[in-house]
Write a protein that binds this ligand. Structure first.
Ligand SMILES: O=P(O)(O)OC[C@H]1O[C@H](OP(=O)(O)OP(=O)(O)O)[C@H](O)[C@@H]1O
Ligand SMILES: Nc1ncnc2[nH]cnc12
Length: 180
C-alpha cells in the first residue's frame, strides 16, 4: 500500500475509541464515530475507501451498504464511482417486496433485508460496512446479493476484530483497513 494511504489509515486508527464492556460485559466496543468527529480523520478515511474501490477489477456495478454504520461509508464510494448505492436494512424498514436472511451477531441475532430489483442479475457488487466481528452480518449480506443473482466482488470494512475469525465465514474476498 502507498505510504500516504498507510499514513491516512494511522490517522483513522488513532481517532477510533475503545469502550470495554459495551454494550455488554466482555465486549470491547470499537467506536468508528470517533473518526467522524475529526474532519481530518473522516477525510483520510474517505480517501482510503475510495482508493480501494477504484483499483478493483472488474469495476463494481453497485455498492451495497449495510444498516446502520455501513450507510456512513458506502455512499462516499458509490458517489465517487458513479454507481448505485443499494441499502441492506434490518427487518421491517424497507418498503415493497424484499428478500430476507437471519444471522447471528457478536452480541445477538438479527434479520437483514434487500429490496427485490435493487441488484440486477450478473452485476458485480462491492459490499461496505464499518466492522467485521464474527462475520455473520457480512455473510448474510453476501447471501442476499448471491440470491438476487449478483456476484460479490469484494467486502470492504474499516475495522476487523481479527481474533473472532469472521473472515473465514465470509464467502467472498474481504479487505479490511485496520485490525484490533
Ligand atoms: O461480524 P458481525 O459479528 O456480524 O458484526 C459486525 C456488525 O455488527 C455491527 O452492527 P450492529 O448489528 O451492531 O448494528 P448497527 O450497525 O445498527 O449499530 C457492525 O456495524 C457490523 O455491521
Ligand atoms: N466490538 C465491536 N465494536 C463495535 N461494533 C461492533 N459490532 C460487533 N462487535 C462490535
Amino acid at each position: 500500500m502507498p505510504a500516504n494511504l498507510e499514513e491516512k489509515i494511522n490517522i483513522v486508527k488513532a481517532a477510533i475509541t475503545s469502550h470495554p464492556d459495551f454494550p455488554k460485559k466482555g465486549v470491547i466496543f470499537r467506536d468508528i464515530f470517533g473518526a467522524l468527529l475529526q474532519p481530518a480523520a473522516f477525510a483520510a478515511l474517505r480517501d482510503v475507501l475510495v482508493a480501494h474501490a477504484r483499483q478493483l477489477s472488474p469495476r463494481p456495478d453497485a455498492v451495497v451498504a449495510l444498516d446502520a454504520r455501513g450507510f456512513l461509508f458506502g455512499p462516499l464510494i458509490a458517489l465517487e464511482l458513479g454507481v448505485p448505492l443499494v441499502p441492506v436494512r434490518k427487518r421491517g424498514k424497507l418498503p415493497g417486496a424484499v428478500r430476507s436472511v437471519q444471522y447471528q451477531l457478536e452480541y445477538g441475532q438479527d434479520t437483514f433485508e434487500m429490496q427485490d430489483g435493487s441488484i440486477s442479475k450478473g452485476q458485480n457488487v462491492l459490499i461496505v460496512d464499518d466492522l467485521l466481528a464474527t462475520g455473520g452480518t457480512m455473510s448474510a449480506a453476501c447471501q442476499l446479493v448471491s440470491e438476487a443473482g449478483g456476484t460479490v466482488l469484494g467486502c470492504l470494512v474499516i475495522i476487523e476484530l481479527a481474533e473472532l475469525g469472521g473472515r473465514q465465514k465470509v464467502p467472498a474476498p474481504v479487505t479490511t483497513l485496520l485490525e484490533f
